[in-house]
Structures are given as C-alpha cells and as structure tokens.
Design a protein around this ligand. Structure first.
Ligand code: G3H
Ligand code: 13P
Ligand code: ZN
Length: 317
C-alpha cells in the first residue's frame, strides 16, 4: 500500500533508514517488492525524470499499482527523485506521489529557498511532502583538496536557516558522497562530524543521503570479467556506515547505482555463458531473483529489515 513518506520517516527517525530505490522497469519493480517482502521492510520507490521519460510516466505508475496488488503486504512511498519545479508540479497534481524532491541545490541559497518554498506550498496543499537539497554532492571527489572538500559539504547553520525559510520536510545533505560508480578513494568515507553538526541544529528533522551506493568491487570485477570496462578501485559508501548514520538522523538512503551493477553483471554473465540465447526471459528471471536478494541485504544493512509488522501496526494496516 502506498503511504505518506512522512509517516515512514516518523517511524524510522533515529532508529533505522528507509531505503529509497530507483526503478525504471518491470523487472526492477518485481525484484524490489520481492526483496522488501522477503526482508519484511518498508521502502521508498524513487522515480527520476529520466525514468519518467524512459517509456512513459504512465507505464511506471501502472507497474507500481499492479505490484501493490500482487504484494498486498508491501508498505511503501512513491517519490520523485531530483525533480525540477515543473516536474514537481506535474507529480503533485498527478495524485500518485507521496513526496517530491525539488533539486535547486545548484542555485544560490536565496533562489533555492524561493523555488523550494513555491513547491512546498503546492505540495502541502495536497498533503504531499517535499525533499530539498542544500550543498554540493558531486563536488567531493578525490582530486579536490581537503579544505575544498569540506567547503562543499552542507553548512549546518545554513541548513537550519534553509529549513526554516523553505518549509521543506526533509533535506538532502552533502556529507561526503557523490552519485554514480566512481565515488570515494583511499580512506574517504562519510563525514560523521558534519552529520552530527547538522542534526544538532535540526533535531528530529529527517536528513537524506544521496549517492549511497556501496559499489561492491567484486560486482565490478565480475562485470569486467564478463566483458565490461568499469574503472576498478573506486569504492562507494561502506554499508556498515548506513546504520550509524541513520541513528544520527539520516532517515532516507538513496540507492540506484548498486542496482544497475546487479543488472549489468547478470546480463553480461548470462549472455557470455549462453551466446546462443536470445530469449529475454531467462536472464530477466535471474535478474529479478538477484535484485530481490540485493534489496533484502541492503535493507538489513539499513536496519529497516524486520520492521514491516510494526510499521503496518503503527499505520493501522
Ligand atoms: O541520482 C540520480 C539517480 O541515480 C537517477 O538517475 O536520472 O539516470 O535516472 P537517472
Ligand atoms: P547512487 O548513484 O550512489 O546509487 O545514488 C543514487 C541517488 O542518490 C539517487 O537520487
Ligand atoms: Zn541523488
């Protein structure tokens, strides 16, 4: 059943994080629902602008509505990932989304506040919550000096002011991660001091971690052994850091890249081993099973696994 994002945040805050998984197609949706039921976990389905344009936005909505019928026990929210202002209004007016993200983090502070404020007004009028972003996520790369790196992170005082002025319901913060398969190197990791400093300024307010994939190196190696050419050695977020971050207030953890790696590994290995094969279903079946396993493991690391019965009870389901 689709529930408000804020309801999931209220139950999870300070205890565990809700996994927010991007989907683009039927196979990812089936794997996601199976994995979340297997691990007895609530979850957030994320739809990006690219995903809405991949086939047609109606297709994803239809697939998700059907999945909710196939898995009646599932409890989840539907979220627009990295929206611009117009796409946010489109999703708010569609009546399908639990929450939207307005990503105006590339704009100056005042402009970010103004855009977010407009989206918040439209969303709240329909009972939908809004995630905003403050800070520079992609800026924390290995060739940037330490001082510069810290300057890219979200400033705690600015975060407090931003939340007050914009009225947003959750905030994506720059705490050392970046999107994609090439993230951290050497001893880099999450900036726990920064998470603590932000959370101290806004206690009880849900923080969101983007770029949270762990980019497992054995996955990257398997892809390359099956003909891929991904750069090796660029690790992502250590999965053991999800829960400590969640206890500090990181309530939503965004994962897309790791799922793409599962898809790439399964399909590369399958067609390398079976070059005579041209039926799409055998590989699709393997992918759905592997994706479900991947999701269940992620939920365990996030601490959300096993919470479904108490979440259902708290929401009166
Ligand atoms: O952060 C972005 C997500 O990984 C979605 O990626 O815009 O290519 O669908 P996408
Ligand atoms: P990853 O690229 O680390 O999976 O991050 C996904 C994300 O932040 C989606 O908004
Ligand atoms: Zn993101």
């Amino acid at each position: 059943m689709i529930v408000p994002t804020k309801d999931l945040f209220k139950l999870a805050y300070g205890k565990y994080a809700i996994g927010a998984y991007n989907i683009n197609n039927l196979e990812q949706t089936m794997g996601l629902f199976r994995g979340c039921i297997e691990s007895q976990s609530p979850f957030i389905i994320q739809i990006s602008k690219g995903a809405r344009a991949y086939t047609d936005k109606e297709m994803l909505e239809g697939i998700i509505r059907s999945a909710a019928k196939v898995f009646p026990e599932a409890v989840f929210a539907v979220h627009l990932d990295h929206g611009d202002e117009q796409t946010c209004y489109d999703c708010i007016n569609s009546g399908f989304y639990s929450s939207v993200m307005i990503d105006a983090s590339h704009d100056p502070f005042e402009e970010n506040v103004a855009i977010t404020r407009r989206v918040v007004e439209a969303a709240h009028a329909k009972g939908i919550s809004v995630e905003a972003e403050l800070g520079m996520l992609g800026g924390v790369e290995e060739d940037i000096q330490v001082d510069e790196k810290n300057a890219c992170l979200t400033d705690p005082e600015e975060a407090e002011e931003f939340i007050k002025q914009s009225g947003c319901d959750s905030l994506a913060v720059a705490i050392g991660t970046s999107h994609g398969a090439y993230k951290l190197s050497g001893g880099q990791g999450l900036h726990f001091e920064r998470i603590k400093a932000i959370a101290n300024k806004v206690p009880g307010f849900p923080l969101v971690m983007h770029g949270s994939s762990s980019v497992p190196q054995d996955e990257v190696k398997r892809i390359n052994a099956a003909g891929g050419k991904l750069k090796e050695g660029a690790k992502g977020v250590d999965e053991e850091q999800y829960l400590p971050a969640a206890k500090l207030g990181v309530t939503k953890v965004n994962v897309d890249t790791d799922g793409r790696l599962v898809w790439t590994r399964v399909h590369r290995e399958f067609f390398l081993e079976k070059p005579e094969e041209f039926d799409l279903r055998p590989a699709g079946k393997i992918f759905m099973a592997e994706y479900a396993k991947f999701i269940a493991n992620k939920n365990t690391k996030l601490g959300s696994a096993g919470t479904l019965p108490e979440v259902r009870k708290a929401l009166g389901l």
